[in-house]
Design a protein around this ligand. Structure first.
Ligand SMILES: O=C(O)CCC(=O)C(=O)O
Ligand SMILES: [Fe+2]
Length: 307
């Protein structure tokens, strides 16, 4: 497998209306693949950097099978450009973003679980966490059309109930280069005590607070002093991070679906976040389960926090 070339200093990165250049405000993620069998080194890296970037964590062909499966589901919904091959993933006229969040027949099908629940994956977390592990029943399969992306947040605000010793794994299923809407993290944000003790301590469904901290990557750099980090991801590459790592994706600028999946892992005996486990009838609560309520605006909250 040929890994993408190192991103050269000065390479432009378009994040919505904002333009950054590699080398200063944005850098390439540090590749921890060589540390894969050295768990004490991986722990050290996670402690220091707050994330692990591992290329080829999942076998590429498994990730590609999962992407193909997902694209077939999009094709069935009429989302692909007519007369183009499914595997090319070319976005159709309606430019519809698909997040099969409640469609378990797509998001939890075998080709998907073969990636995120694989023996290899579960064994990694068992060794990394030091005991039997579980993953949430719910998984987040995201297929971004042109312009589609998420905004800056800590996962603690969405999936932070119970143990704090929980990790998110974001897995690329398609080839996600700089213009395809890659995940972007804020280096050092796992150490920002003020952010962690204010915004990071909110639970959107308990506190009824807006969960997105910012939509502006420029303010992450200039106001908070974070360096952004991303990479050219290939199918099977992953980023692993804890509940307090500020991250967003950049808008997909291309005509090709950007497909990723994010999943969560923790020790089996530690407290779960019950919102994301199936109940007897197979449904789950999820986020936004309070109906007909108003969420306090983040602008107002940030004013109170002085952030
Ligand atoms: O893929 C995205 O756009 C967002 C992913 C995310 O927020 C996560 O992995 O926790
Ligand atoms: Fe997230």
């Amino acid at each position: 497998m040929n890994t993408p070339k190192k991103i050269q200093t000065g390479t432009p990165f378009e994040f919505g209306e904002h333009l950054f250049h590699f080398g200063g405000e944005i850098v390439e993620l540090a590749d921890s693949t060589p540390l894969l069998n050295n768990f004490s080194a991986l722990h050290g890296k996670m402690r220091e950097d707050g994330y692990l970037f591992i290329r080829g964590f999942h076998p590429r062909e498994d990730a590609e099978k999962a992407a193909h499966w997902t694209l077939q589901a999009i094709a069935q919904s009429g989302g692909l450009k007519p007369d183009t091959p499914v595997e090319a993933g070319i976005i159709g006229e309606t430019n519809q973003t698909f997040s099969f969040f409640r469609q378990t027949e797509v998001a939890h099908a075998t080709p998907i679980l073969d990636v995120v629940d694989s023996e290899r994956t579960m064994q990694f977390y068992e060794e990394f966490l030091g005991g039997p592990v579980i993953t949430f029943d719910k998984r987040w399969l995201r297929c971004m059309a042109q312009g589609g992306h998420n905004h800056f947040h800590y996962d603690s605000v969405y999936v932070g109930r119970g143990t704090q010793n929980r990790y998110t794994m974001w897995s690329a299923l398609t080839d996600i280069d700089l213009e395809n809407g890659p995940l972007v993290i804020c280096l050092g944000s796992h150490r920002h005590n003020r952010l962690k003790s204010t915004y990071g301590a909110t639970d959107m469904d308990r506190d009824l607070t807006e969960a997105v901290f910012s939509t502006d990557p420029r303010e992450m750099v200039e106001k908070f002093g974070f360096t952004l980090a991303t990479a050219h991801f290939q199918p099977g590459d992953v980023i692993i991070f804890g509940l307090y790592m500020m991250h967003s994706s950049a808008p997909n600028l291309s005509d090709r679906y950007r497909i990723s999946i994010d999943t969560r892992y923790q020790l089996a005996h530690e407290e779960k976040d019950d919102r994301f486990f199936f109940r007897a009838d197979g449904s789950w609560l999820g986020n936004f389960y309070n109906k007909g309520v108003d969420y306090r605006s983040i602008v107002e909250l940030r004013r109170e926090w002085g952030l």
